[in-house]
Design a protein around this ligand. Structure first.
Ligand SMILES: CC(C)(COP(=O)(O)OP(=O)(O)OC[C@H]1O[C@@H](n2cnc3c(N)ncnc32)[C@H](O)[C@@H]1OP(=O)(O)O)[C@@H](O)C(=O)NCCC(=O)NCCS
Length: 156
């Protein structure tokens, strides 16, 4: 059974490795993955400045989500599922947690600067396209930006 919980600070390195392993499923080369490493490194600051949740299955962390806030907008900063656990509904559950957490913090909208491979996943869960945004990692790369209005999302 998969459960969601807040991770411990001591698990930061496990989360970083999970994010990198998960990002790599799209077949990026070593140089790209090295460029992504700083953005995917989880540190104590993440606990201070955002909400984080992990999915745990059989004692193993198999997914992580992180939500940040900018005024009354929330941003889904990370959503990564272990490659061995893809397609099992963990992404959907962590996305649901992210939406509910953003709602509970008073956010009106949640934005997602998506990996191109994940954009259809977000569309499937109700997000809509909102243009593109320049990658903070690779100059000249643009990512699909999606958003989910929270006004009509019922709180759980
Ligand atoms: C995107 C990601 C989080 C999805 O997680 P997941 O656990 O595999 O997704 P789920 O099993 O919860 O899927 C929920 C629904 O979305 C669909 N879906 C999942 N990934 C999809 C994709 N890449 N494209 C289109 N649809 C997708 C599923 O088929 C499912 O649809 P259903 O309800 O009709 O059955 C996961 O693929 C991942 O971690 N990818 C690598 C890292 C990454 O790019 N993260 C996003 C950064 S912006």
């Amino acid at each position: 059974m998969t459960v969601l919980r807040t991770p411990e600070l001591a698990e930061a390195e496990i989360l970083t490795r999970l994010c990198l392993r998960s990002k790599a499923v799209w077949g990026y080369d070593e140089a790209f993955m090295a460029a992504c490493r700083p953005a995917l490194t989880v540190t104590a600051v993440d606990w201070q400045q955002s909400d984080i949740q992990v999915a745990v299955d059989g004692g193993k962390i198999v997914g992580v989500a992180q939500v940040m806030y900018h005024g009354d907008a929330a941003e889904l900063d990370k959503l990564f599922v272990d490659p061995d656990a893809l397609g099992g509904g963990i992404g959907r559950r962590l996305f649901g947690w992210s939406v509910q957490t953003a709602l509970s913090k008073g956010a009106k909208v949640m934005t997602i600067d998506a990996d191109p491979g994940a954009a259809d996943f977000y569309r499937r869960l109700g997000a809509v396209d909102d243009g593109t945004v320049a990658s903070t990692v690779i100059p000249g790369r643009f990512l699909p930006r999606l958003k989910l209005g929270l006004a009509n999302v019922p709180p759980r």
